[in-house]
Design a binder for this molecule. Structure first.
Ligand code: GUN
Ligand code: ZN
Length: 433
């Protein structure tokens, strides 16, 4: 057992349904966090009410400019695209052909893949991301390497090999059968890990035949604990192309629905241009949508209609979508999510943003009972933020009045420098410097 004494902030409930924030978060100026030997949270509360039975444990007292928060959840990114961040010019389809596919072909070399994978998870931890949903390339061995590097660091990750059997260079597409077999092999290898999970990952409808999508749907039936991870309706040219490629489908979402790919463990990245009918299908099937604001701005994909998506009853997560997103920082994802709604007339509070980047993400990934907030009984996944990490942040925080001001300062001027330490299941997985 160990007791941390520190300021603590944690979301507790979804703040979106009403304007009433009370009860949706907890903030302790001087709090305790008890972590037991199994890495679970044995207690949390105000320091002056630390229960007697916890008083004999060693106490780690953090400095007054530290804040404990749940770790961040990045619900959509492409590991192999780490080294091509900021490849500018061109919208989605051109960007894929010009930069992405050539970069991803390099994952054929497992040594190269190991170097990038190690760099990826180091970057994520440096940014306080403790749970993430990751696209690999179509390379089975390189995907295995991604799993190994996540495992080595003790972080939570849901990873999947990109299933692709058409409309990409020969170095990335496989035969339908090989794509299925590689996925099956990885599912068997990683499908029952303590904290890692597998995501059946058809890249997106344009690079999959109907046959491959249906095989992915069969795998989902066979491995109900596995996730499904793909993209939908990110860009208008993509939507138009899907109409041409799947003339029998009602719409883009219907392509996945017909293949049996929708459900609570399915995460669709983007969903910027969904029709009302598609939103209904996504909601009825309990499928999740991951909003990636930085990427949507960088690729000029469009403005995510958060209000309509939430009104439809869909659970939303937040993602960096690196390498179309230009940073792994979930503080930045929150800042960009704010701006994307601002230009649509909606001002999200820091509480709403923090929820999306922590507990909301964990819930979207069906892990809300395990992680995403600092509550007794959950696993001790948390980060320690340094409120005086940079001169500007120190200055801004000094003038911050209310809690929301402090959170806003972190969101809008914070970056990886504010993440001091990170813990998964009570074990330190990152320490700055
Ligand atoms: N759609 C299909 N593949 C990709 C990708 O790699 N990045 C983004 N942003 N969208 C995609
Ligand atoms: Zn993506």
């Amino acid at each position: 057992m160990v007791v941390y004494r520190s300021a603590i902030f944690t979301p507790l409930a979804d703040p979106f349904p009403s304007t009433e924030l009370e009860g949706t978060y907890r903030h302790l100026d001087d709090g305790y966090l008890v972590v037991d030997d199994r890495g679970s949270i044995a207690g949390v509360g105000p320091w002056d009410s630390l229960p007697d039975h916890h008083r004999d444990h060693p106490v780690v007292r953090l400095s007054p400019d530290r804040l404990i928060s749940p770790g961040f959840v990045d619900a959509h990114l492409h590991g192999p695209q780490l080294e091509m961040i900021g490849s500018y010019g061109g919208h989605l389809l051109e960007w894929l052909n010009r930069y992405t596919f050539p970069t991803e072909m390099k994952f054929a070399d497992p040594e190269y893949a190991r170097n990038v994978s190690a760099g990826l998870f180091d970057e994520l931890l440096r940014n306080g991301t403790l749970l993430t949903l990751v696209f690999s390339t179509s390379h089975t061995e390189a995907t295995n390497v991604l799993f190994e590097e996540a495992e080595r660091r003790g972080m939570r990750a849901i990873i999947g090999k990109a299933m692709m059997d058409r409309n990409a260079p020969a170095g990335l597409i496989e035969s339908t059968e090989d794509s299925y077999r590689g996925t099956l092999e990885l599912l068997k290898r990683w499908g029952h890990h303590e904290i890692l999970r597998y995501a059946i990952s058809p890249r997106f409808a344009p690079t999959a035949t109907q046959k491959l999508l249906h095989l992915a749907g069969e795998l989902r039936q066979e491995f109900p604990e596995a996730y499904v991870h793909t993209h939908v309706s990110e860009n208008l040219s993509e939507v138009f192309w899907v109409k041409q490629l799947f003339p029998d489908a009602e719409n883009y979402v219907d392509v996945y629905d017909q293949a049996g790919l929708l459900g609570e463990r399915t995460i669709l990245a983007h969903g910027v241009h969904l029709s009302d009918e598609e939103l209904r299908t996504v909601a009825e099937s309990k499928t999740r949508i991951c909003h990636c604001p930085n990427s949507n701005l960088f690729l000029g994909s469009g403005l995510f209609p958060l209000k309509s998506v939430l009104r439809a009853g869909i659970t939303v997560a937040l993602g960096s979508d690196i390498g179309a997103g230009t940073t792994p920082s979930m503080l930045n994802a929150m800042a960009d999510a704010y701006k994307v709604q601002q230009v649509q007339g909606i001002s999200l509070s820091p509480f709403h943003l923090w929820y999306l980047a922590t507990l909301g993400g964990a819930r979207a990934l069906s892990l809300g009972d395990t992680t995403g907030s600092i509550e007794e009984g959950k696993e001790a996944d948390f980060i320690v933020l340094d409120l005086s990490a940079t001169p500007l942040l120190r200055r801004r925080i000094a003038s911050a009045g209310a809690l929301e001001d402090m959170l806003a300062a972190l969101i809008f001027i914070g970056d990886d420098r504010v993440v001091d330490r990170a813990f998964v299941r009570g074990r330190e997985v990152y320490a700055r410097g």
